[in-house]
Ligand binder design. Structure first.
Ligand code: CP
Ligand code: NVA
Length: 309
């Protein structure tokens, strides 16, 4: 593993190793703190879009492991505008030990990785959100104690987060259902790649359009915003298409038939749109542990890529 650009680039056992490493780093942290395995190392964090979780959890993760993180705001570098992506990668990688980038165009992540002499971590692109996917599968394993056969139903837009969940679920034998309105399904190439990965683990990847039917028997119901960053011009149209059918609310939880069904959301949430406050703040909600786990899962990535652990 030289970079972390997509969960589909990893083997199933590399992915599970990361879950195990996250688990041991989380336990070590809880028992009093982590060893400074990244002492003297710096991570550059390049952002083209806003962030709370990704920015702060990577920064704190570096700090916990004895390293340092450098935040570069959307106004500074002008990736591909002020300077070519390749030149940014060459220069930045001569200063730091790792680059985490959040970009609009996934091609820019690939180009950064191609021209960087240090590991590149995808902190979200329009295509996927692998650090989130790693965290989410870690969180499900922690909450349920297993992954094989777990039914995860994603309700909403077949977006970057759904993509990473499909790849993560495929690697771990889960039954992943992505339930979207017509026209908002995940990219067919993502579906076929996820199904290819699933063959080795007994996972299944299904698409659906009817949330009430899809959630039946769900262990976990997952949702994300209907309008992702960069799609703001479509917000009104999307609201009309998704609302109210694709809202995760108490009625949809009841339709699962599982009194212990868990609910997840990568956040930020638009309360009252894709999820109600009643559900987000209920005992079914894994939202806050999921957000915390970003830090633990990403420490595993940092330890592996920058610390050789
Ligand atoms: N879930 C997530 O990536 O949150 P941020 O956009 O705040 O980083
Ligand atoms: N799908 C959302 C995820 C935010 C963390 C977006 O891309 O804006």
């Amino acid at each position: 593993m030289n970079h972390f650009l997509s969960i589909a680039d990893l083997t199933s056992s590399e992915f599970i190793d990361l879950l195990d490493l996250a688990d041991s780093l989380k336990r070590e942290w809880a028992a009093g703190g982590n060893r400074p395995i990244l002492a003297g190392k710096t991570l550059a964090m390049l952002f083209q879009k806003p962030s709370l979780r990704t920015r702060v959890s990577f920064e704190m993760g570096m700090q916990h492991l004895g390293g340092h993180a450098l935040y570069i705001s959307p106004n500074e570098v002008g990736l591909g505008k002020r300077e070519s992506v390749a030149d940014v990668a060459r220069v930045l990688s001569s200063y730091v030990d790792g680059i985490m980038a959040r970009v609009f165009d996934h091609a820019h992540i690939l180009e950064l990785a191609e021209h960087s002499s240090v590991p590149v971590i995808n902190g979200l692109s329009d295509y996927n959100h692998p650090a989130q996917g790693l965290t989410d599968i870690f969180t499900i394993r922690e909450a349920l104690g297993r992954l094989q056969g777990v039914r995860l139903v994603f309700v909403g837009d077949g977006n970057n987060v759904a993509t990473s969940l499909m790849f993560g679920g495929a690697h771990t034998g889960m039954h992943v259902v992505v339930c979207t309105p017509q026209g908002f399904e995940p990219d067919p190439q993502v579906v076929s790649r996820a199904r290819e990965l699933a063959q080795a683990t007994g996972a299944t990847i299904e698409l659906d359009h009817d949330p009430r039917q899809a959630v039946r028997g769900a262990d976990v119901i997952y949702t994300d915003v209907w309008t992702s960053m960069g799609q703001e011009a479509e917000a009104q149209r999307r609201l009309q298409v998704f609302s109210p059918t694709y809202q995760v609310n108490a009625e949809l939880l009841a339709a699962s038939g599982n009194p212990d069904v868990r609910v997840m959301h990568c956040l930020p949430a638009h309360r009252g749109e894709e999820i109600t406050s009643e559900v987000a703040d209920s005992s079914h909600s894994l939202l806050w542990i999921q957000a915390e786990n970003r830090m633990h899962a990403q420490k595993a990535l940092l330890a592996r890529l920058l610390g050789g652990l």
